[in-house]
Write a protein that binds this ligand. Structure first.
Ligand code: F6R
Length: 343
């Protein structure tokens, strides 16, 4: 049986909204995103900084795009999670307001705040109030396909954020890299399915603590949030080298309740690599497992996207292991309902 078939067998009975097939369609999402971006006919923006405003699944694309671009970035590219832009935001800022539903109150507040500072706005959404406001204000919209949980639209948000950087002349356009990444992911899907099952078995019922460094830092956070949302399980992430200056001490009291996942990278700083290895060695006797993971792809974008897809599949495998439907997120909906947020 192939990796995907084995994963489908485990996930199938719980997967009420077909999250496994949506996740496996990430390569198609990437190609479709590039097409939608081209169709939006966005104009270059004369700016000194770029910001991606969004929350949760609609924000992570900003962090992932900045990591994929890496040191090709020539101007700040920030992800803003909250109600306000930084106090120092210059008027010459490119702001991408990214909200899958188009109704997230924090993102709507940033949309208004961006107008107030005179920023140049772009919107990525399926509709909602954000699309309405953009239409009213003549702000260009990258239209996204409806019908999936916002967190599953990560490929679209990644591409939109990378495009913002290119439009603002903060980075070269990485369309070719993204296209090649889509092909790579398609080829690797079966291996990633098998790997996800293996990782889920190694983690078992321990709480995963996921470490990233540089390029893999936002990926570690994505893994954490996907385990939280799809698995309805606790998970934590932390960046290296910082964690070797504090968090590592806490493992002494871990008593085998946590599994350590180290997301490494073929091109990482040699001292970061060494810190990751040492972390694994020192934690070993306190953790239920120490798992080291590295992408196989060549380019930064492809390595990031490969790890994102693997983490998404892992979260589904963990959900199945826990007998949980990955789709509903009652806790998140509950907070929004209590706040009267329609998204
Ligand atoms: C839901 C999810 C959440 C949302 C967040 C913002 O699948 O992942 O993190 O992304 O609540 O909502 P949107 O994306 O609609 O702006």
């Amino acid at each position: 049986m192939s990796g995907i078939e084995r994963l489908a067998e485990r996930v199938g009975q719980y997967d009420s909204e077909g999250l496994l097939s949506i996740t496996l369609a990430i390569p198609d999402h990437l190609r479709d995103a590039l097409w939608r971006i081209e169709s939006a006919r966005l104009r270059p923006l004369e700016v000194s900084a770029a910001m991606v405003c969004g929350m949760g699944g609609s924000a992570i694309g900003g962090d992932l795009a900045a990591a994929a671009i890496g040191d090709r970035l020539t101007k700040p590219l920030l992800t803003v999670r909250g109600y306000e832009l930084p106090s120092w935001s210059p008027p010459a800022t490119a702001v991408l307001c990214s909200s899958y539903s188009g109704n997230t109150e924090e993102t709507l507040a940033c949309y208004a705040a961006a107008e107030a500072v005179g920023a140049q706005r772009v919107v990525a959404t399926t509709g909602g109030e954000l699309a309405e406001a953009a239409r009213r204000d003549g702000v260009p919209v990258i239209g996204l396909p409806a019908g999936m949980p916002p967190r599953a639209a990560v490929a679209y948000m990644f591409c939109a954020a990378a495009e913002l950087a290119a439009l603002g002349d903060a980075a070269p356009r990485i369309h070719t890299e993204i296209d090649a990444a889509a092909e790579h992911l398609q080829r690797r899907a079966d291996d990633l399915g098998a790997k996800a099952i293996d990782l889920a078995e190694q983690i078992g019922d321990a709480v995963p603590v996921i470490y990233g460094a540089d390029l893999t830092t936002p990926v570690a956070y994505r893994w954490k949030t996907q385990v939280n949302e799809n698995g309805k399980l606790p998970a934590f992430s932390s960046p290296l080298p910082e964690a070797t200056h504090n968090e590592i001490a806490g493992w002494e009291g871990a008593q085998g309740r946590f599994a350590c996942v180290l997301l490494e990278d073929s091109d990482q700083h040699p001292r970061e690599r060494r810190r990751s290895e040492i972390t694994g060695e020192l934690i070993e006797r306190h953790a239920s497992a120490v798992i080291r993971v590295e992408a196989e792809a060549e380019t930064r974008a492809a390595r990031i996207l490969e790890l994102v897809m693997l983490g998404d599949l892992l979260s589904l495998a963990l959900a199945a292991q826990a007998g949980t439907d990955p789709a509903p997120i009652e806790a998140i909906d509950g907070v929004k309902a209590r706040l009267g947020d329609p998204s």
